[in-house]
Design a protein around this ligand. Structure first.
Ligand SMILES: [Zn+2]
Length: 282
């Protein structure tokens, strides 16, 4: 099931990247950027397009996460049908507050969310949109800065051929950067969609599940299989992605169905690998 979900997410990434690529090459059309004036008029005319593509992608990924969350929860109810849930109550109050994890962040621009943002779908979507607009805005302004630089160099006598090469390189670098943003942000929104659905269904624990292969990061490898309470303040700081291109997921557990899983060994997060400095998880 994990592999199939990863394939679906990758398909979504590819579609988003195709749209971004089409937009980006419309924005930087080789023969149209010859004057500084043309270069600076580029930004206001197209500003926001990239942000819209990224926010659409985030919304879709959040919904896929919610839908998959529902399927997983349904599956658990079916599988453990024989364990009666007549008196079942979640082991903590439904409205729980998650501490935002911003200790390891040096990115001042990303907004700070309310502690339980990710459990409330409407707030979560708004938070995702704001996040994507910041990321897209940074990306766009970096591109326009570089385009202006190339235009200035051309004014100062840079040969046309060289300017064209510089633009081609700019496209290549920014598509690579876009690819990293899209893959990582899809996982970001997707896992938060799952959390939102787990919360709505009174799930009380989640298990960290990494794709274990040669590419698994040390931080995800060291967390694989560990279990955390949904009300644990460390949850936002351990919700994937924990680094660029992270493929890890959180899966739901009801302690009343599988009490045997809730052991001190699985609940012990004291030996996990630290998350890269500056990586923003909350
Ligand atoms: Zn990872």
């Amino acid at each position: 099931m994990h592999r199939k979900m990863m394939r679906d997410l990758m398909k979504q990434d590819k579609q988003t990247l195709r749209r971004l690529k089409a937009t980006l090459s419309q924005l930087i059309v080789l023969p149209s950027i010859y004057t500084y004036q043309q270069a600076i008029s580029w930004h206001p005319a197209h500003s926001g397009t990239l942000g819209r593509i990224l926010t659409d992608n985030s919304r879709d990924a959040f919904s896929s996460g919610q839908a998959t969350g529902e399927v997983l929860v349904h599956y658990l109810h079916k599988r453990f049908d024989h364990r009666k849930l007549a008196d079942w109550q979640p082991s903590f109050r439904k409205i729980i507050r998650l501490a935002a994890d911003d200790n390891n962040s040096d990115d001042e621009e990303l907004p700070h969310w309310q502690q339980d943002t990710w459990f409330k779908p409407h707030e979560a979507i708004r938070a995702l949109e704001a996040r994507q607009l910041v990321l897209a805005g940074n990306w766009e302004s970096d591109i326009i800065t570089k385009v202006k630089q190339i235009a200035i160099h051309q004014l100062q006598g840079m040969p046309r051929k060289e300017a064209e090469q510089a633009i081609a390189e700019l496209l290549r670098v920014n598509m690579n950067r876009a690819e990293l943003i899209v893959t990582t942000e899809t996982t970001y929104a997707y896992n938060r969609g799952r959390l939102s659905s787990f919360h709505a269904n009174d799930v009380d624990y989640v298990r960290f599940s990494a794709v274990m292969d040669a590419r698994t990061s040390p931080q995800c490898r060291s967390r694989h299989g560990l279990i955390m309470g949904m009300d644990d303040p460390a949850l936002p700081g351990n919700t994937p992605p924990l680094h660029g291109r992270c493929r890890s997921l959180l899966t739901p557990i009801y302690s009343s169905y599988q009490p045997e899983l809730i052991t001190p060994q699985f609940l012990d997060w004291s030996n996990v690998n630290p998350i890269p400095k500056g990586w923003r998880t909350g």
